[in-house]
Write a protein that binds this ligand. Structure first.
Ligand code: HXC
Length: 264
């Protein structure tokens, strides 16, 4: 058994993100909430964006307290350009700048391709892939001004291909491609673009929805399911100056899971 996730406060200096503003889609729950909280603990302020304002508001209040910083909730559906433009305008009105963008909003479910309706496929591709595109397009002018950094949240199931995930895998493969395209295109403006591909992370919606109840960590080389902190510490690293010369990379945070496990 390998050791578990670490407290980034013990590895990175406090206050490394002081003065920085993070905008995170999907930041009200799961992996993206934990990443937001970790980045705020290191001194940033954050705007979290998702569809359900009640849940989002509660998450923002809880995180502001637990991380000792300022987290602001803005309702938006990343599929709608007008929502995204408004959310970014509200973030700028509140904090005046954006330094970090996490594209984390996602929708997913297990379903055989032949049973997926046209609308089901469109829905997942619109939330994951188009949502990433829409938000990045709206935030880009501000990232150019701050010489900021992007993290696109992906997954690993598209690497080998697994049944019941063609809709999400297509979207996530597109996101991995955007990470590389944008790294080349935005690099000269001083913007770094990386991805994080989490594997089976305990206590997440993805794990609940996608991993079978019989799944065991025995097939994972590092012999344990991941924890939220495992992903967050990678996020802190990628936004930090320790990653200054890293762009276009999707960091797989899965304990080696995809190398040895062919399906969920
Ligand atoms: C087949 C389904 C379905 C299912 C919905 N649909 N669920 N089809 N199997 N289980 C179909 C609906 O019938 C509808 O098609 C279409 O999808 C849109 O559904 P709506 O409910 O109207 O859409 P919406 O309210 O926008 O909800 C989007 C959603 C929902 C993706 C369907 O599940 C959602 O909001 N999820 C957000 C949270 C989430 O999924 N988190 C998991 C992310 S995990 P018709 O034809 O009937 O109109 C992840 C990483 C995994 O992404 C990493 C693994 C290791």
């Amino acid at each position: 058994m390998t050791s578990s996730a670490v407290d980034t406060q013990e590895i990175f200096k406090q206050g490394i993100f002081k003065g920085k503003i993070l905008l995170c889609s999907g930041g009200g729950t799961g992996i993206c909430r934990d990443m937001t909280e970790s980045i705020v603990r290191h001194g940033a302020k954050a705007v979290i964006v998702s569809r359900k304002i009640d849940k989002l508001q509660k998450a923002a209040e809880e995180m502001s307290k637990s991380a000792g910083g300022e987290v602001f909730a803005v309702q938006a559906d990343v599929r709608k350009p007008e929502d995204v433009e408004r959310a970014v305008a509200e973030a700028i009105k509140k904090f005046g700048r954006i330094d970090f963008l996490i594209n984390g909003a996602a929708g997913n479910f297990l379903a055989p391709f032949e049973k997926l309706s046209y609308n089901a496929i469109k829905t997942v591709i619109e939330i994951d892939l188009l949502g990433t595109i829409n938000l990045t397009k709206a935030v880009l002018p501000y990232l150019k001004a701050s010489k900021g950094s992007i993290i696109n949240v992906s997954m690993t199931l598209q690497y080998r291909g697994v049944p019941l995930q063609s809709h999400a895998g297509a979207a996530k493969a597109g996101i991995d491609a955007l990470t590389r395209h944008w790294a080349t295109e935005f690099g000269p403006s001083g913007i770094r673009v990386n991805g994080i591909a989490p594997g089976p992370i305990a206590a997440t919606e993805g794990m609940k929805r996608l991993l079978s109840k019989q799944a065991t960590p025995r097939t994972i080389p590092l012999q344990r399911f991941g924890e939220l902190g495992d992903v967050s510490q990678s996020g802190v690293f990628l936004f930090s100056e320790a990653a200054n010369y890293i762009t276009g990379l999707t960091v797989v945070v899965d304990g080696g899971h995809w190398l040895t496990t062919s399906s969920s």
